[in-house]
Ligand binder design. Structure first.
Ligand code: TPP
Ligand code: MG
Length: 359
């Protein structure tokens, strides 16, 4: 039976900040530090995101993919992972990357077009952002297969969007993971659009999660703006994977508040009332803030203090990224060809002042 587009399997924290009945028992089981971390990380991620958009507008970084609105999906899922797990992100997963230990300045360097932005510190298992849609899914599946063969505990997670589910790679990765019962999690942030194409134009079934049954893996559709529900779905998927019970497809239903990237104008294809509903009514941070305040775990003063600290962290990262020594122009030719084709060789020589003949 087809699921309905607006139904989710799990919602613990309602848009107004009230817990559902199931949510209350989950909440009681969460340690206080983690409750606060949910909130603190979401604010940190948003602070970084907003600043990055401004930096792009000022010409200080290149194109940027904003994630505002998707903080709960990223923070809730990333906080359920351990250092030993492998993360295969798309270009929008800055929140996941920073929780996994990627320094903010390196994330900025990536958007400045610098290769250092692809290199995580030792021990941080985050792959560089995958821009070709869905290519990270078979790779995450392959890494999970390796973990299984080596009898390691690590789980691999592929992060991707609703649009990626229209690619052949999605099918191939899920099929293989189902047949071989691999410790992999396919984490889809369904933000309703693949650039300007709405999900209804990409899929004849109304949800992503129901596709899991075609591969005999578990599928769960969670309110992606409810950090508590996302975290619990991810924790279950991780436990299943570590126990050898195989893969899970998680569909976190969310919404990007802004444009696809800073090169896009979302007002050209989205209805303002739809945006208004998500922005005003379903924001992931304000519902968690309301809950923490109602529970006496957060004061207005704490909020101000935390926002200031986040801003200071981002300020420092911007300074560090902008102070990083510029790469030599020669760098343009590195990392693609082991041996440069003649035309590129000529250009490299010309650039470095060695001359070079026109061809
Ligand atoms: C293989 C491939 N085809 C097309 C593109 C162009 N493209 C870039 S982003 C994007 C939309 C992806 O949408 P979705 O998977 O929902 O992720 P979102 O951007 O919404 O996070 C497309 C089609 C690409 N990068 N790679
Ligand atoms: Mg999308």
């Amino acid at each position: 039976m087809l699921r309905q587009m607006d139904r989710v399997d799990r919602c613990y924290l309602k848009p107004g900040g009230q817990l559902t009945e199931e949510g209350r028992s989950r909440w009681e089981a969460v340690p206080e530090e983690l409750k606060l971390d949910f909130y603190r990380w979401m604010v940190q991620v948003r602070s970084f995101d907003r600043r990055s958009v401004i930096l792009q507008r000022q010409g200080r970084i290149g194109t940027y993919a904003p994630l505002e609105g998707q903080e709960a999906a990223q923070v809730g899922s990333a906080l359920a992972l351990s250092k030993e797990d492998w993360i295969f992100p798309s270009y929008r997963e800055h929140g996941v990357a920073m929780i996994a230990g990627m320094p903010l300045m390196r994330i900025l360097l990536y958007w400045m077009g610098r290769v250092e932005g692809n290199v995580p510190p030792e021990g941080v298992r985050v792959l560089p952002p995958y821009v070709p849609i869905a290519t990270q899914l078979p790779q995450a599946m392959g890494a999970a297969w390796a973990s299984k063969l080596k009898r390691e505990r690590s789980v691999s997670v592929a992060y991707f969007g609703d649009g990626a589910t229209s690619e052949g790679d999605f099918h191939e990765a899920l099929n293989f993971a189902g047949v071989f019962q691999l410790p992999v999690i396919f984490f889809c942030q369904n933000n309703h659009y693949a650039i300007s194409v709405p999900f209804s134009r990409q899929s004849a079934v109304p949800t992503v999660a129901e596709r899991a049954c075609a591969y005999n893996i578990r599928g769960i559709r969670v309110d992606g703006n409810d950090v508590l529900a996302v975290h619990s779905a991810m924790e279950e998927a991780v436990t299943r994977a570590r126990k050898g019970d195989g893969a899970t497809l998680i569909e976190a239903v969310t919404y990007r508040k802004g444009s696809h990237t800073t090169a896009d104008d979302a007002t050209r294809y989205r209805d303002p009332s739809e945006v208004e509903d998500w922005v005003r009514e379903k924001d992931p941070i304000s519902r968690m803030e309301a809950l923490l305040k109602a529970e006496g775990l957060l004061s207005e003063e704490d909020v101000k203090k935390w926002e200031e600290q986040c801003k200071a962290l981002v300020d420092r990262a911007v300074k560090e990224a902008e102070a990083a020594p510029a790469p030599s122009a020669d760098h343009l030719f590195a990392h693609v060809f082991e041996e440069l084709p003649p035309e590129l060789n000529r250009q490299r020589a010309e650039l470095s002042g060695e001359g070079g003949e026109c061809v």
